[in-house]
Every structure is written in C-alpha cells, then in structure tokens.
Design a protein around this ligand. Structure first.
Ligand SMILES: Cc1ncc(COP(=O)(O)O)c(C=O)c1O
Length: 427
C-alpha cells in the first residue's frame, strides 16, 4: 500500500478504528497524491509558473473567443481553468451554508465541508468506491431508483437486498424495515435512504424518521457497522407536513460509533439544473482528523476517475446562489410542482379508479406510483404510447410510475382518465 494511504489509515485507526473497518479495500488503499496538483498548488504565486497542464499568457488563461462568447460576462478565469478535484472552494462554502440553513438542527462541526461531485450519480458511485466491497449487503426499499442496481450491484458487486415499504393498501410502513434490521446479522450493511423517494414520491413524517433512526441505532448497538447513504436528490420538494430536514441530520445527531452518515445531494433537481452535473458529498463526523482523512481519500477517488468536475457548471451555480433573485425563482418552480401534486393527489385517488389501481402514498418529489389491479404494466405502457401518445414507466410486474413533474396541471386529469381508459381497453 502507498505510504500516503498508510498514513491516512493510521490516523483513522487512532481516531476512529471502526471507520477504518467500514471502508472498502479501495477506500483503504486510496490517498491524495502529492503529485502535479499539489506541486502546482504550491507554485500558484510564482512569477514563472511552469507546473500546470494548461496554457497561459501574461494576461491570464489562454482561450478562444468562440468558446468564451457562450459565457456572457463571466471572468475567463472562472470558465477555462481546471476546477480543483474537490470543487471550487466558493461553491463548497455556499453549499455548506445552504445545508446548514435547510437543516436547523444540523451542527456545523458535525459535518465535513461538502465535496463537489459530477452530480448525484457520481456521488453515489464514489460512496460505493469508498465503502462497498464485493459481497457487502446494500439494503434498499423495494421501490428504489433503478440505477442503484447498476452502481452498487454491478459496479461494486454488492449483494442487494430489499424490504417492503408500503402495505397492500398503499400506505407507507416501516415495519418491514424494522424487521429487516432486527434480523440482520452481518458485520456491515450499507443503507440507501432516499426521500423524497424515486419512484413513489414519499417522504416520512417526523415520527417515522424517529422510528427509522431508532431502528438503525438498535442495529448499530448490536455491533453492525451501518453506512447510511442519504440520497437527497429531491430535497426541498415537500408538499405536505413531512420531516423537512434531511434524514442525514437525524443520523448525525445519533453520533454513534457504528453509524457513518453520508449525504449525497446537488443542484440537479433542487435547482432545476439537470445537465449541469453539479452535486455534493458530505460526511457526518465531529472529528476533524477523520473528516480530513475521508476528504483526502474522496479527492483521490475523484482524481482517479474524473480528475475534476466542470468549472463552467460550478461557476454558473455559484453565480445563481449569489443572485438575490435565485431562491424566489426556485420557489416559483417548486410551487408549480406543488400545484400539479395537488391535482394529481385529488385525481389519482378518485373512487372511479379504485377498481383499477391503488396509489402508493405520496407527498413530495417528482413522482407518484400506483399498483395496477390486473393489467400488465409493460403492456399498458406500450398501449398508452401507441394509442394515446402518453408515456409512463413500467416499474415491475404490478406498478407504474407517473412523473407529474412533467405534466401541465391542466393535463393531469386527462392523463389519468386516459390511463383508466387504456386499462379498460386491455381487460
Ligand atoms: C433518487 C435519485 N438519486 C440520484 C439521481 C441522479 O441524479 P444526477 O442526475 O444528479 O446524477 C436521480 C435521478 O433521477 C434520482 O432519482
């Protein structure tokens, strides 16, 4: 193992040995090299800086007008250079401030500075690199974002297990989650917690979060090391009286030796900036040395798979977050989604559809899902495209997902009426 990795691991072993155990083999081997990036960092203020892999003139960074003209009045130095692997420091500071504002019970000392990722998928994959060994168990609800299977199941060769999160009548339940944790008897588990959930659009209420965290605590008390990956992709899209902080906050408050909280979030959905690829990964720990070690290893992981994220995207998010009008523009969009949610809720639960489907409880996010009574979801999906020009997602053998985020409020009733008609066509 590289001496720099050994040095990082020794620090962990001294400060928090349980965490060293939670790391994957790759996580243990990883370090941030004292290579070109460190050396050019140290040479930043020199007169003749011949260290960096970019091109410069005495005026600054070299660029072409054809590219520069796409960026309005931005400073070329905020567009063309490489971003650092951990991301632009101004953006990291802005995001940290945002997280602390959104989560009044989160204590600044309990978290690392957020590290910029190439949006959430990259953050989840990095978390997998850091914590998941082949054969480790990743525990997910039955209704989960399909890409977890690729990330953790295929890429990291984890053993994916699922638990039921909804009763037959569509109501949310933690009973099966509790059971799954009570029966869990291995040394390590990776829990992915995603609220608002894709595909069901459910976020727990405060009491449910307490139950969820208590179950995690009981498992950790028995000695299992629990890595909690909190996927906050749809954070903030809350349309009812739900727990409006991140579950990450509740997990950091546990302050349990066997629980490692990791928050993965970003501009993608929260700021309606899907293609920008700006996300963040934040560790929950009080210990400064531990946070430094984890961030150093994460920087090494980023350096080795992406080198660094896109600076123009990061600059755009910085400028947006500093714009006094920005939050009201975001709120305006959220309000449009809320209005669509309200119509969807009213329409999808109508008595006339009771024979055809059962909605899963939903209160947030982009989506809702229903369990179909006796029609094959894939058959229905194809029929809806062909005969009615409506696109939905067939989730499995019984369920479909409908993204109300993409349907105008005035069209929602028609879409549900037509889905009902299409089901009847197929019966
Ligand atoms: C639950 C969930 N997590 C993560 C992502 C990925 O986000 P990103 O586009 O930022 O990689 C998505 C995207 O659909 C998602 O639904």
């Amino acid at each position: 193992m590289n001496p720099l990795a050994l040095e990082l691991n020794e620090k962990l072993d001294k400060e928090y040995p349980a965490l060293l155990n939670m790391l994957s083999d790759l996580g243990q081997s990883m370090y941030y090299p004292k290579g070109i990036l460190s050396q050019s960092g140290e040479a930043k203020s020199t007169k003749y800086n011949a260290t960096i892999g970019m091109a410069t003139t005495d005026e600054g960074i070299m660029y072409t007008d054809a590219v520069y003209n796409q960026f309005g009045d931005q400073d070329p130095s905020d567009i063309f250079p490489y971003a650092p692997p951990q991301g632009d420091e101004r953006l990291r500071a802005l995001w940290e401030k945002k997280i602390l504002k959104d989560n009044p019970e989160l204590v600044a000392e309990d978290i690392s500075k957020p590290v910029v990722t190439n949006a959430l998928t990259h953050g989840l994959s990095l978390a997998g690199d850091m914590f998941v060994n082949p054969g480790d168990t990743v525990l997910l609800p039955e209704h989960n974002w399909g890409n977890y299977k690729l990330t953790f199941g295929v890429r990291h060769r984890a053993n994916i297990e699922t638990y039921q999160a909804f009763e037959e009548d569509g109501s949310f339940t933690l009973d099966y989650f509790k059971q799954a944790l009570e029966n869990f008897n291995k040394e390590k588990v990776i829990l992915v917690l995603n609220f608002p959930n894709n595909p069901t659009g459910y976020t727990p209420v405060e009491e449910e979060v307490k139950t969820l965290v208590e179950s995690i605590k009981q498992l950790a008390d028995k000695g299992t090391q629990v890595i909690t990956l909190v996927d906050d992709a749809y954070y903030g899209l809350f349309f009812e009286d739900v727990y409006k902080q991140s579950v990450f906050t509740a997990l950091t408050q546990l302050n349990h030796e066997n629980v490692m909280p990791v928050k993965i979030d970003g501009a993608t959905k929260e700021y309606f900036a899907w293609g920008f690829r700006v996300g963040f990964l934040t560790f929950g720990s009080k210990n400064e040395t531990v946070k430094d070690v984890l961030v150093a290893k994460l920087k090494g992981l980023i350096r080795s798979n992406l080198s660094s994220g896109s600076l123009p995207s990061q600059t755009a998010v910085i400028h947006a977050m500093e714009d006094p009008e920005f939050q009201s523009q975001v709120d305006h969009n959220i309000n449009i989604l809320k209005e669509r949610y309200e119509v969807t809720k009213e329409v999808s639960y109508r008595d006339e559809y009771k024979e055809l489907w059962t909605p899963y409880a939903f209160n947030s996010g982009y989506f809702m899902a229903v369990k179909l009574a006796d029609v094959d979801p894939e058959e229905l999906r194809l029929h809806l495209i062909k005969e009615y020009s409506i696109g939905i997602i067939a989730l499995n053998k019984t369920d479909i997902r409908i993204a109300f985020s993409c349907i105008e409020k005035s069209d929602i009733e028609y879409v549900f009426e037509t889905i009902a008609k299409a089901i009847k066509d197929l019966k």
